[in-house]
Design a protein around this ligand. Sequence first.
Ligand code: SF4
Ligand code: SF4
Ligand code: FES
Length: 540
Amino acid sequence: MPLLKIDDREIEVAAGTTVLDAALANDIEIPHYCYHPVLEIVGSCRMCMVEIEGMPKLQVSCNTRIGNALPDRKVDGMYDMVVSTKSDIVKRARENTLEFLLLNHPLDCPVCDQAGECFLQDYSFRYGRAHSRFEDEKRVRPAEDLGAGVVINQNRCIMCTRCVRFTREISGTGELFVQQRGNSTKISILEDKPLDNLLAGNVTDICPVGALLSKDYIHRNRIWNLDRQPSVCQECSVGCNVDIYHKNGKVFRTSARENLDVNGYFICDTGRYSYHDYEAVERVTSPMIRKDKKWQKISWDGAFKEIFEKLGRKKEGDSNNVAGIFSPFHTSEANFMFARLMQNVFKERAVIGTLPLPKEEEKKFPGGFRISGDCSPNWRGLTEVSSYIYEDIFNELKKQKIKLMYALDDGVNRELTQEWKDLLRNLDFLVVQTYAMTPLAERAHLLLPGAAPLEREGTLMNDSGRIQWLRPVIPLKGSSRPDWKIVMEVMNTVGKRELDYSHVNEVLAEMNERIPAYEGVTFFKLGESGMSINEEARES
Ligand code: SF4
Ligand code: SF4
Ligand code: FES
């Protein structure tokens, strides 16, 4: 392999690697703007210049590849390439590039939404000149709407063209282009083709400066005031990795988090803005019982007693079976506890399955990004923790004339068919564990308040078998409880068990013993990127 010297470091890399990639992989910073790991290299911003021994001029490191190893490199201290990222000439080049990029820049960091995570700000501080020599009037242009979710502040654009290449190479929609030349150059759309594709929000993540802004977040908060929670999108079975920014129980922004085994560098707009859907639902935040067609609050003990009375006692004559409705929207831990309740407490009385699941057409994009047609985040995990399950239990319920039901509600605002409505109306007892007043919850006799999606902690398994750590972003509301815990307490009450797990990792530890796919899985090992059930590394 070629041997490279970058500053005072010796690095071996595969032939064909760019100098910038070699440096970044070895934690050597070379400032850059137009380079993005999955976009075509254009080498246009000139920020990544380095000095290479034997070359007469500075080179752009993003577009300079390391050749094959010299066949006669035998002498110690001889390298295939010697690169300097810190020489005086490199420093001067960076200062000049930054001075040029800032000629027309408004320097409005105090009101810019990118401040605090802006590469123009950071690089100017680290590599720029303290003062600009530019004394003319700056060019001033108005902000423009690019689409439903994105606005461009033309004055801040540094023309790196990452956004243009994204719409050409990743979304394949090509809405953005470079209009005009020279001092008039700007990023534009055609009037009849706004930036409204399903991946549009990603351009606000990849714009290195505060030019492309999400209308959803604009002027809502400053990044340094917010807490970041690495988490997993729950809107489809891909399980994209996201960062959710929040403060005092309120979510302000979701952005893509890199995971090359799942979503690469991007997310779709459904996932990006889904936190608003959770805010919009009517929440169930305390146990409630229906009395004379009205909801009344009830204590948790009262709720468990009611379940014991209605589901725990065997009745003669009537069908005594209990339908257990699982949910692929819930964590594997909640479904695992539910499976234990059904299999170990209700045993032969249990009939288990799911409600009809929302499905859409799968969407694939030219850059390889995929949005699954399965809108649930954990179908695969559910099938691992419960071996037999009816996917849409309706026919079975009808055939067996089921009268009792305990449902883990998925929170989906699904339109129930008349047949389902009739079936639910004829139940003697329906207990629904839910965070939202869904059409199913409205028909319950007893409601148990569980955690909303952003309040849950546990694991989700995506459709390619990757187990990921779902971390809670905001606290539970009212007197709601984690779903696995509610099911545990029902198990203790109805089945006279004495389980007293206080944290979800104790449930995961039990799953380690009982579910082969979860053997050896811990939250610590899952970390921020998860692990695949196919990975041999899991054994170590
Ligand atoms: S809008 Fe942002 S991403 Fe697009 S060219 Fe300008 S600086 Fe680059
Ligand atoms: S592709 Fe699926 S998992 Fe990824 S962000 Fe979109 S909805 Fe969420
Ligand atoms: S990052 Fe190399 S020229 Fe822009």
